[in-house]
Design a protein. Structure first.
Length: 306
């Protein structure tokens, strides 16, 4: 059962631009008529022109929305300068309401493009189906396709541009729940080891059950890998390490230990090294993270003590 509908009007083809009001009106009629639930949550994604205000973009679509009073409380126009910004805002709205099943109505030419954004900004918790905007005026034989089973068809350079756009947007977001804080131990000599413990503040993860500085992504969670990567980038900048040489334990709640430079186990709750220029880490929540430091042999370790 579809829980939300996303109508993508962000970058319409030239032949559809002149009739955006009629296009939106017909699409909303279809949603209202064909929906399996009364008045689902509807998000209209539109492009905010450089120098214009967001509410100005929304007002330009108001004439098409006035005939749909039954949808008024569950309909929102989201305007932004980039697709990444608009889609991430919509993701926040979905997460606030704990919605996971989304129908996307969009121009055919935007389908492969938007799938790349979705693959980066969402996780497997969400289910998407796609319907072509051109056939949105009727319920007969809608052209719907499931997402993640199809192969990516965009050129590599286009995917790279999307990744760059997403990264730039996430980097622009303010820190949540306070500044990024690193706690240090007086028992570990600073002249030998760069070390610290993070707190729950300073990242961009907004999911209530996670710290804003969440450093773990899972397909079973709503926080995608790109957000965790941005949190790690911010932590690396604050702490002074290279995020490309960051290694965290692969938790199994057992007693296996990985020695860097030797064969890596499939899972391990401890990691030790005497290599320079690498950063090792272990997560902690109800299970306490422990750091070990040997200043004589210049070796260190991190363990998840669950």
């Amino acid at each position: 059962m579809v829980e939300a509908v996303l109508i993508d009007l962000f970058s319409l083809p030239a032949n559809l631009q002149n009739n955006i009001q009629g296009l939106l009106r017909n699409t909303l009629k279809t949603v209202e008529k064909c929906s399996s639930i009364p008045a689902p949550f509807i998000y209209v994604m539109s492009c905010q022109r450089q120098g214009s205000e967001r509410n100005g973009e929304q007002e330009s679509l108001l004439p098409a929305l006035r005939d749909f009073q039954s949808l008024k409380e569950r309909l929102e126009v989201v305007s932004a300068l980039t697709t990444a910004a608009a889609l991430y805002t919509i993701k926040q709205r979905l997460d606030e309401k704990d919605l996971s099943i989304i129908k996307v109505i969009l121009p055919t030419l935007r389908k492969d493009l938007l799938k790349v954004y979705i693959d980066h900004l969402f996780t497997a918790v969400y289910q998407f189906e796609f319907e072509d905007l051109q056939v949105a005026s009727g319920c007969e034989n809608p052209q719907i396709a499931e997402t993640r089973s199809e192969e990516q068809t965009l050129p590599t350079q286009d995917v790279a541009l999307i990744q760059s756009e997403i990264q730039m947007y996430l980097e622009s977001l303010p820190s949540l729940k306070g500044e990024l804080t690193i706690l240090r131990s007086s028992l570990i000599p600073d002249d030998v080891f760069l070390h610290g413990f993070t707190t729950r503040t300073g990242g961009i993860s907004y999911i209530p059950t996670l710290s804003s500085c969440n450093l773990f992504s899972s397909s079973k969670r709503r926080d995608p890998q790109v957000v965790v990567k941005e949190n790690l980038r911010r932590l690396a900048n604050a702490a002074g390490f290279n995020p490309e040489t960051f290694h965290r334990v692969k938790i199994d709640h057992a007693n296996a230990v990985c020695i860097m430079g030797k064969t890596e186990p499939d899972s391990y709750d401890g990691i030790v090294t005497n290599q320079k220029g690498v950063t090792i880490a272990a997560p902690g929540a109800d299970c306490i993270p422990v750091l070990f430091a040997d200043p004589v042999r210049k070796a260190c370790g991190a363990a998840h003590s669950g």
